[in-house]
Design a protein around this ligand. Structure first.
Ligand SMILES: Cc1ncc(COP(=O)(O)O)c(C=O)c1O
Length: 396
């Protein structure tokens, strides 16, 4: 038995007040109960339904940082396969997308440089930019005119444009051809995080850069979403890999990606390459879900302000396999998610700070595990839950 002899009771008690504060604002997060098996889940980033496949039989651990443990076949096979998939010369594997983004950006950008960052970039891109100590210019989401202005102002500093190819909270993304042209005109480098697009969008799931015929200077992809595993990679020219191997601190000072994860993701990629119908199916199902949600009371930006589309109707955003429904108030989003759960559909309420204040939403993700009937049931359950919410709010 272990007896605590030295403790300072109460030194963290202020955290209870802070948590109470979050509770009052409807922003406190608790681990959600695992969805029961009879519930239809629309919460997963396992877009191709590959996460439940058994892992490969490769070793479970790397044993040390790869700089110390030495090269392993599992890592190199993964890196070469993903580099070839996205049309890059080479790639370096990281233990997560978070580690990849933090490592890549802080290793590339330096004090005196300028990072132009989309306002809705993922936390890992923001944290990487902060760690780099470069000057960060945040431009409004997908605003090409603002990007052009920021590029002009950044001259003559070395400049990095950092964005995602598919924003998973808004289901939208940049015009990558125009972004590439602006970067080329300004001599800026383009870093694209394809976390949510890769495996689903573009030819054979090769991402939105491949779809646009654009080559990013650095392309980051995660293995924990469409590829159903864990880890990430940064792809680009061979010199990028060499630099990151030397200077990306989240790579250098961290145990290498588990060989079992590397081998499993390589197998998942082989499966995707052999089954190009898989990503197409997900996108078709998502279009079906969008149409069903509109039939069941969701508004769109094209929706006329009429009785058929009342102002309190959740607003359907974007395109592709992520289907966001903006509700506004975080408590209303949580309540709508609970009413959907009562009807056998698990969806994720997303609240600030993950999304801007006043734009709490439900985020539904379609995966290859869904059937057309599943998608139709979810849309019908949404209509039912929305009516129940309006009754509770006295709006009927
Ligand atoms: C855009 C984006 N980049 C990076 C990450 C981090 O990836 P990972 O979960 O592999 O750490 C995520 C999500 O988690 C993401 O949404």
């Amino acid at each position: 038995v272990f007896h605590v002899k030295h403790s300072r009771p109460g030194s963290l008690s202020f955290l209870t007040e802070r948590l109470d504060d979050l509770e009052r604002q409807g922003l406190r997060r608790r681990p959600p109960a695992a969805a029961p098996t009879d519930v239809l889940s629309f919460c997963s980033n396992d877009y191709l339904g590959l996460a439940a496949r058994p892992a490969s039989s490769a070793p479970s651990g790397s044993g040390a940082s790869r700089l110390i443990a030495g090269e392993r076949d599992e890592h190199r096979r993964l890196e070469r396969a993903f580099a070839a998939y996205v049309g890059a010369e080479d790639a370096l594997a990281f233990t997560s997308g978070y580690a990849a983004n933090v490592g890549v950006i802080s290793a590339l950008a330096a004090p005196g440089d300028v990072i132009i960052s989309d306002a809705l970039n993922h936390a890992s891109l923001i944290d990487g930019a902060r760690l780099s100590r470069a000057r960060v210019v945040v431009v409004p989401h997908l605003d090409l005119a603002a990007l052009a202005g920021a590029l002009r102002e950044a001259r003559p500093a070395r400049t990095w444009v950092v964005l995602e190819s598919y924003y998973s909270m808004d289901a939208d993304g940049p015009d990558l051809v125009q972004v590439r042209e602006l970067c080329d005109d300004a001599g800026a480098a383009l870093v694209v995080d394809e976390a949510h697009a890769l495996g689903v969008m573009g030819p054979g799931g090769r991402g939105r850069c491949a779809e646009a015929g654009v080559s990013a200077d650095v392309l980051v992809g995660t293995l924990g979403k469409a590829f159903g595993g864990q880890g990430a990679f940064a792809a680009g020219p061979a010199v990028l890999r060499e630099w990151l191997w030397n200077r990306a601190r989240s790579f250098v000072f961290s145990t290498g990606l588990a060989p079992v994860s590397a081998a499993s993701a390589t197998r998942a990629l082989e499966h995707v390459v052999e089954h190009p119908e898989l990503p197409r199916r997900v996108l078709t199902l998502a279009d079906r879900l969008r149409a069903g949600l509109i039939r069941n009371g969701a508004a769109t930006i094209h929706c006329p302000p009429a009785a058929s589309c009342p102002g309190d109707a959740p607003l359907l955003l974007g395109f592709g396999h992520v289907v966001p429904l903006v509700v506004g108030d975080p408590r209303r989003a949580v309540r709508l998610a609970a009413l959907l759960s009562d009807r056998g559909v698990a969806v994720q309420p997303v609240r600030p700070p993950t999304v801007p204040s006043g734009t709490a939403r439900l985020r539904l993700t379609v995966t290859a595990r869904h059937s057309e009937a599943n998608v139709d049931s979810a849309a019908a359950a949404f209509g039912d839950a929305l009516s129940a919410l309006r009754r509770e709010e006295g709006r009927n």
